[in-house]
Write a protein that binds this ligand. Structure first.
Ligand SMILES: Nc1ncnc2c1ncn2[C@@H]1O[C@H](COP(=O)(O)OP(=O)(O)OP(=O)(O)O)[C@@H](O)[C@H]1O
Ligand SMILES: [Mg+2]
Length: 297
């Protein structure tokens, strides 16, 4: 096991964005260096304890999907092999290798393109209260965690801090136009369906996921990450039972532990005990192995 990486610093390169998990650097040739740390968030708060290897799992799993899914027309990957990165990055191997990529810089479309195959999380809560946050008509009598007849597109805003807010297709179209809204919806659903089929062969249910898209020369590119445990709900098929919430593949130990504490879910978050860190790490490695058929490089 490598040492956990909480912060990625490259003094030579300007930081374009520091997210909850990723730090994006500007490269001199116009591309981006997208790096994934081992930071983990729960209840939208970044925890002080990192999960060793988590950033590698997110990066390697995304790379696998970017290259495997034929429904992705274009994606942002330029280079994933650290040995082919610019030579001046070589001294940062410990911080970058296997957890960073060189990507094309896109104009980010300011919506999270969420697709759901099953009803869960915030949408289940809204459904119980008879609300229709995305303006979609849903079947009556759904149980918690039951599948929809067809996957549905439930976009949200991209909040810089706090929670992303649901939007209707019409609200999204007001901002970016109907043509782009429909293209993103159809594309996101198509990628979701292809990913679900592959996951299903690995005995994993892809309940829902979130894609980010960007524009380069007026063409749509899939950017950011793809079908990772951070962007998706993966459920082990063997434990699946509708009518209740499902154990999630990755953060269940973290959430269960935090729920035993008297913590108000606001920063600063408490430290995680070592056994919670280790079992969470194993979950991330398991999901990578199950889906890709191999261990981390
Ligand atoms: N090819 C790209 N071009 C431009 N921006 C990109 C590209 N790929 C990813 N990004 C941006 O990099 C950032 C990644 O940061 P990170 O994953 O930590 O996300 P976050 O947005 O803070 O939080 P979360 O993923 O939890 O919503 C996102 O803002 C994403 O839009
Ligand atoms: Mg993100």
């Amino acid at each position: 096991m490598t040492q956990a990486i909480r912060q990625i610093r490259i003094p030579e390169l300007p930081v374009v964005k520091e997210g909850k998990v990723r730090t994006i650097f500007q490269l001199p040739d116009g591309h981006l260096l997208v790096t994934a740390s081992d930071r983990i968030s729960a209840f939208d708060v970044v925890l002080p304890s990192p999960i060793p290897d988590k950033g590698k799992v997110l990066t390697q799993l995304s790379n696998y999907w970017f290259r495997t899914l034929t429904s992705i027309p274009r994606h942002h990957l330029v280079e994933t092999d650290f040995t082919r990165f610019p030579a001046y990055l070589a001294p940062y191997a410990d911080m970058l290798k296997d957890r960073s990529i060189i990507a094309r810089k896109a104009d980010v479309i300011p919506f999270e393109c969420v697709v759901r195959g099953y009803i869960s999380g915030s949408l289940w809560k809204a459904y119980l209260h008879g609300e229709h946050p995305y303006g979609l008509a849903l079947p009556d009598n759904l149980q918690e965690s039951s599948p929809f007849p067809e996957p549905i597109f439930t976009p949200t805003t991209k909040a810089d801090s706090g929670h992303d807010m649901p939007v209707t297709h019409a609200e999204m179209a007001d901002a970016i136009g109907w043509d782009l809204t429909r293209s993103l919806r159809d594309l996101a659903i198509e990628i979701f369906i292809e990913g679900s089929k592959i996951a299903s062969r690995c005995d994993i249910i892809l309940a829902d996921t979130k894609f980010e898209f960007g524009l380069i020369d007026n063409e749509i590119y899939l950017i950011d990450e793809c079908l990772t445990p951070d962007s998706s709900r993966f459920w082990p098929r063997s434990d699946y039972l509708p009518g209740r919430s499902q154990p999630s593949y990755d953060k269940q130990f973290v959430r269960d532990y935090l729920n035993t504490l008297d913590w108000d879910k606001k920063p600063p978050a408490p430290d995680l005990p070592d056994d919670v860190v280790q079992s969470t790490r194993m979950k991330y490695l398991d999901v990578h192995r199950l889906l890709t058929g191999s261990d981390l490089p």
